[in-house]
Design a protein around this ligand. Structure first.
Ligand SMILES: [Zn+2]
Length: 72
């Protein structure tokens, strides 16, 4: 799961976000600004955008991608 580190352009606050939804807005927790610079996380860099399949989803009713992908 990719974790990104951001630096706010307005107040220089550093914060991290786990990005599960690429379309979700990222805002500063301190000043709520949406302007930021992305820093690469040193401990959880995204693996070339590859999808991982959490083993916890294998037996439950949840599906990894809405149920339409035929990945089971
Ligand atoms: Zn800020």
């Amino acid at each position: 799961m990719p974790i990104y580190e951001y630096v706010c352009d307005d107040c220089s606050e550093r914060y991290e976000r786990i990005v599960m939804n690429q379309s979700a807005p990222i805002t500063c927790p301190k000043c709520a600004s949406s302007k930021h610079t992305i820093q690469l996380s040193v401990f959880a860099a995204p693996a070339n955008g590859a999808k991982s399949t959490p083993s916890g989803f294998s037996g439950g009713g949840g599906s990894c991608c809405g149920g339409g992908c035929g990945c089971h």
